[in-house]
Design a protein around this ligand. Structure first.
Ligand code: HSE
Length: 440
């Protein structure tokens, strides 16, 4: 059978990796897919760069629409990124009857509902393994491998840049800004790192996982998104003393009244595998009722790791190309007419535990006042750490750090309690609140 023909839109880091791995492993890939898979056309604004990667024998154009218009192309790989032109091109490719493979988490987290509906109506596949956690086949695992399960929660380190920064902050005792500059110098963080450090990239990925795990539409606008820019080396150190590491987690969880969907720094017990994922690596923990807890670990970015996921999608699409669309795996794991209307809960309804750090006057009764406010609001304390004033502020210091770990409580209750605590005259600076996940 003649090879399936693929058009590639954008040949940067991941595109080059995809081209190279497809070439290198073409024979094995053909034996798996049942026919050859060939990139025969590439569109990139930098035609010279594209030509340098693909050599002769592949059509190189600057206009992506030429690829979409080519009747010989069966699959379009979109590696442009973002919500702008990428969205227009994906929608045009779908309407031209092409299958689409994309690594674009932002696009799917925000516009997935429209894109998947258009693809289903046109009978084509939109495959996106590379959109979440790079080379880790987490979409495949969630959508197919775990399809027997009532999934209860997912917690993941799904942004390598921030995990690298947090690892460095812990190892070297340095503050965020210092490590960010170093990460940019080493190429671990982009010149504009906003999407990574503010948690947006992780929230895009968590949004996609929440949809597949719980059969709800993608709802990025309902996600709680908090990055790592306000984390200090002090909190990383105190957390360590209490037996925890701080990680930026993407969490989605089934709760009695809806689905939690949130990204924020979290204390994780140091003994958990997730707490020991270091540097730019990614890891996702999924808890299902039948399987229990499962862990997926690997490279979440990079040229060939991400290409690994893109090509796995190409193989899937090639195998399914001639299948009745009804026999394909639904885009979001659940059949489109069997989606759930469970709401994504507002953050005030989320239940979790907390790390609180406050600078307090070092005088009689302060601890009692603070714990009294917690008790009055029904919040149970898990641990307390109080440093000697001298240790924190130097000899003769009259204030010290008080750190409290709580048991589970509603975020709305914690907001109220923090306002009450902050108003105490003996609480001397803004209280630091970091959520804590035991991941049992
Ligand atoms: N910028 C992402 C990260 C990789 O740092 O993990 C692509 O999603």
């Amino acid at each position: 059978m003649k090879p399936i023909q693929v058009g590639l839109l954008g040949i940067g880091t991941v595109g080059s990796g995809t081209f190279n791995v497809l070439q290198r492993n073409q024979e094995e890939i053909r034996r798996r897919a049942g026919r050859g898979i060939q990139i025969t056309m590439v569109a990139d604004l930098d035609v010279a760069r594209a030509r340098a990667v693909v050599g002769e024998g592949v059509a190189v154009v600057s206009d992506a629409r030429e690829v979409i218009a080519n009747p010989d192309i069966d699959i379009v790989i979109e590696l442009i990124g973002g919500y702008g032109i990428a969205k227009a091109l994906v929608m045009e490719a779908i309407s031209a009857g092409k299958h689409v493979v994309t690594a674009n988490k932002a696009l799917l987290a925000v516009h997935g509902t429209e894109i998947f509906a258009a693809a289903s109506a046109r009978g084509v596949i939109v495959a996106f393994e590379a959109a979440v956690a790079g080379g880790i086949p987490i979409i495949k695992a969630l959508r197919e491998g775990l399809s027997a399960n009532h999934i209860e929660w997912i917690a993941g380190i799904i942004n390598g840049t921030t995990n690298f920064i947090l690892s460095e902050m812990r190892d070297k005792g340095l503050d965020f800004e210092v490590v960010l500059k170093e990460a940019q110098r080493l190429g671990y963080a982009e010149a504009d790192p906003t999407f990574d450090i503010e948690g947006v990239d992780a929230a895009h990925k968590a949004t996609i996982m929440s949809a597949i795990a719980f059969g709800i539409p993608v709802q990025f606008d309902k996600a709680h998104v908090e990055g790592i820019t306000k984390l200090s080396a002090t909190d990383i150190r105190y957390a360590e003393q209490l037996g925890y590491r701080i990680k930026l987690l993407g969490i989605t969880k089934r709760a009695p009244k809806g689905i939690e969907l949130r990204v924020h720094p979290s204390l994780v017990p140091a003994k958990r595998l997730l707490a020991n994922v270091e540097g730019a690596m990614n890891a996702v923990v999924v808890h299902g009722d039948a399987v229990g807890t499962t862990l997926y670990y690997g490279k979440g970015a990079g040229s060939e790791p991400t290409a690994s996921a893109v090509i796995a999608d190409l193989v899937d699409v090639t195998r399914l190309h001639t299948a009745d669309p009804h026999h394909r795996v639904p885009h979001l794991a659940f059949q489109p007419d069997a989606m759930s209307d469970l709401p994504v809960l507002p953050m005030s309804e989320v239940v979790t535990s907390y790390y609180l750090r406050m600078r307090v006057a070092d005088e009689a009764g302060v601890l009692a006042k603070v714990t009294g406010v917690l008790a009055l609001n029904g919040i149970s304390i898990d641990a307390v750490l109080q440093r000697e004033a001298d240790e924190v502020g130097g000899e003769g210091a009259t204030s010290t750090d008080l750190i409290i770990l709580t048991h589970d409580t509603r975020e709305g209750t914690m907001d109220k309690v923090l306002a009450e605590l902050q108003a105490l005259p003996t609480v001397l600076s803004p209280i630091v609140r970091i959520r804590k996940e035991e991941l049992r």
